[in-house]
Design a protein around this ligand. Sequence first.
Ligand code: PMM
Length: 293
Amino acid sequence: MHSQSAPGPRRYVAGLPEPGRTLVMGVLNVTPDSFSDGGQWVDPVLAVKHGRELVLEGADLVDVGGESTRPGATRPTAQEEMDRVLPVISGLAAHGVLVSVDTMRAEVAEAALQAGATLVNDVSGGRADPAMFDVVAAARAPYVLMHWRAHSHRMQEHTAYADVVADVAAELAQQLDRAIEAGIARERIALDPGIGFSKTADQNWQVLGGLEQLASLGQPVLVAASRKRFLGTLLANEKGEPRPPVQRDDATTATTALAAVSGAWCVRSHSVRGSADAVRVAARWSQDSVSRR
Ligand code: PMM
């Protein structure tokens, strides 16, 4: 049982909106090879148009990424990554869209912040590039620190845990301490357990079931389950073939609702309309569950 007097986890990140419900981060991958939307938004004009559509559908911010992190992906160079993301970030920022940059590289994060991004979403949690924390600290930018063990081509070799929820929480806590030591303010940091990163399908479900334990680290939690493989596996057909990524949106909406009632600060989603509805339902649901106590 949680102690009644323990302070609840922080439910906001300084510098970002606080609408009184879980935020929705819309995914905009400007990559040729992401697992569910790869190749669709390589043209910056189409990408900006799509990003603005995501906002109309209810995204609070749009996450622009130029490197695919699907298992086995090969890395672009930093220059290629910047060529992909910077025109899209500046185009969206010019339209008043709140943008996050999905990158593991300090150099890309710095250029993206200069181009108008507000938040740095680092799937490596500062482990891929030793300069990342310094760049984020100097810019005083909000930062998503994800649980990460290895680059994509090797990540599924690193799925050994004694207790996946406790181990992910401990590894996140260690990186959180390092980020704070490097000068990033605690109230600007959100944590993300990294669904699908160095985790089996069962481990992903265990992490989702343990979201409240992760929240006990005291930081806001971001959940990014959208269209991921473990949902395809759960919804496999009678031949055992996984449900394809674009047919996983209803399941994504379900994970959004459940993450939101479990206290997630933000969800990252490709199918924004469903997630935007789900976070509103969850907020209303939770309001009455609290007042009835
Ligand atoms: N997953 C992907 C990309 N970026 N960012 C965060 N914070 N958390 C995640 O789990 C995450 C992420 C995976 O790829 P996708 O963009 O194709 O969904």
